[in-house]
Design a binder for this molecule. Structure first.
Ligand code: ATP
Ligand code: MG
Ligand code: MG
Ligand code: MG
Length: 439
């Protein structure tokens, strides 16, 4: 992409309404524009990162054997009356009437709809297990939408649902989700710690939230610092292997890590004092096993091996896809701007031309652009006729992992400058070597 053709409405001033750094940088970098409280347009740069994050979620769900699908954003109230949640959801639910005066709503989550799909089509235990998910817009009329995409009213969420014959099978689905979520967040350069949580309106008693530690997080968390040493890494996982998934679950959830809702002073105080940590965290996902709560309320049964109807054991699992942009920025930035982890960066490399219009510099930039592109990378070439200082500031703000600076002086010696956004370190290299290093 060439900057001269891109839409990147960078703001020089810090917007006064933004209280936290991720919100400030997303506005300043021209990633989002608020359209009304808690509702945003995603401008090209923000949209690009959103899609990268979404793509990682899809890939990891596919790896775990979960099936993608898509359900509507507008739903009829009828199913929600069946489950009892039409009333229970309260003011967070955006209620709508259609022209026939029928009660509709904008989906805040989709347990009811998926259970209805399931009961219409699945009749036998032989069709189990089944896990389906979607990545779809949700609406919750939050009392205090704030912090940009972190607490929006409209937000993008992955929601998945498992249907199993027995509790044991459903707990395997739970563990499988935990494993796939660990991989998902790590690919985004994040450490998200599974913490024992409270199931609230969802029902059930088996639930973990995934929290990214950050001072601006809305949850208070308590944990044994040993949990922050755990990483999933690139270990091989067989998602059908019940013991292996249970082993990972145990490894990542045995040490004390809880949100304030389930915090237990006595257990916490049993941890050696030096390892006892209290901090703030951002909830980027949650998994639930809630048993037969919805299947019984909505009569979702299958015929069991003995021919008798069995209510399904279910769970649901969410990832805050749009909130993740904020969480990643909170976890990875400096005073100049965002520092994107490689896995989610909108472009791999920036090219800054120090002397636009200089034949040699222009030619070298074009050549670099081409060879980066043929190596399968996406460069962002700042080809505008602007001061170098302004170009650098923009590149630092939007946070691409690498910047290649091209100027007549270096070119005389056959070199360009390659700078790492994270370390700030620069080195002079031939253009070929710079491309190799980025790739
Ligand atoms: P919170 O406690 O932050 O209100 P929640 O527990 O109500 O979130 P879930 O129902 O667990 O949310 O939804 C799954 C995920 O969707 C959450 O873990 C979070 O990452 C994301 N999410 C929930 N509400 C919002 C929101 N208003 N804006 C952006 N993301 C959200
Ligand atoms: Mg909520
Ligand atoms: Mg929550
Ligand atoms: Mg939650």
């Amino acid at each position: 992409m060439r900057m001269s053709r891109y839409f990147l409405p960078v703001l020089k001033e810090t917007p006064s309404e933004a209280q936290i750094v991720s919100h400030r940088y997303m506005l300043r970098a021209g990633m989002i524009k608020q359209s009304s409280a808690g509702i945003y347009s995603w401008l090209p740069l923000g949209y690009k990162v959103l899609k990268k994050i979404e793509n990682i979620v899809h890939e990891e769900q596919a790896r775990a054997g979960h099936l993608p699908m898509l359900m509507p954003t507008i739903q009829s109230a009828d199913l929600w009356r069946e489950s009892g949640r039409y009333e229970a959801f309260g003011d967070e639910m955006l209620r709508i009437k259609d022209r026939h005066d029928r009660d509709m709503l904008f989906t805040p989550t989709a347990e009811e709809l998926i259970t209805d799909i399931f009961r219409s089509h699945v009749n036998s235990y032989k069709d189990l297990p089944l896990t389906m998910y979607q990545i779809q817009w949700k609406f919750r009329d939050e009392v205090r939408p704030r912090f940009g995409v972190m607490r929006g009213r409209e937000f993008y969420m992955k929601d998945g649902y498992n249907f199993d014959l027995t509790k044991e099978d459903a707990l395997h689905a739970y563990n499988r989700h935990l494993v796939s979520y660990l991989r998902t967040y790590e690919r985004m350069g994040l450490q998200a710690i599974p913490m024992r949580a409270d199931s609230g309106a969802m029902g059930g008693d088996n639930t973990h939230e995934f929290l990214v530690l950050a001072d601006t997080g809305e949850s208070e968390v308590f944990y044994d610092s040993a949990v922050t040493d755990l990483t999933f890494g690139d270990r091989e996982i067989d998602y059908d292997n019940v013991e292996q998934c249970a082993g990972v679950m145990e490894e990542f959830t045995t040490k004390y890590a809880r949100t304030d809702e389930t915090h237990d002073e006595a257990l916490f105080n049993a941890i050696p004092e030096a390892r006892r940590k209290t901090a703030r965290g951002i909830e980027v996902g949650q998994i639930f096993y809630f048993g037969t709560k919805y299947s019984e309320a909505m009569k979702a049964t299958v015929q069991g091996p003995d021919g008798k109807p069995v209510p399904l054991h279910m769970g649901s699992h969410g990832i805050g896809v749009s909130r993740l942009l904020g969480a990643i920025i909170e976890a990875s930035h400096d005073d100049k701007g965002i520092i994107w982890p490689e896995g989610v960066t909108p472009f791999h490399c920036g090219i800054v031309n120090l002397k636009q219009g200089d034949e040699e510099a222009d030619g070298a930039c074009e050549a670099l652009y081409k060879s980066l592109t043929t190596s399968g990378l996406e460069p962002l070439y700042d080809d505008r006729n602007e001061r170098a200082g302004g170009k650098f500031a923009t590149m630092d703000l939007i946070g691409l992992p690498w910047r290649i600076t091209v100027g007549p002086r270096g070119l005389k010696n056959g070199v360009v400058e390659l700078t790492s956004r994270r370390t700030g370190e620069s080195e002079e290299l031939s253009p070929e070597d710079a491309v190799k290093k980025v790739a």
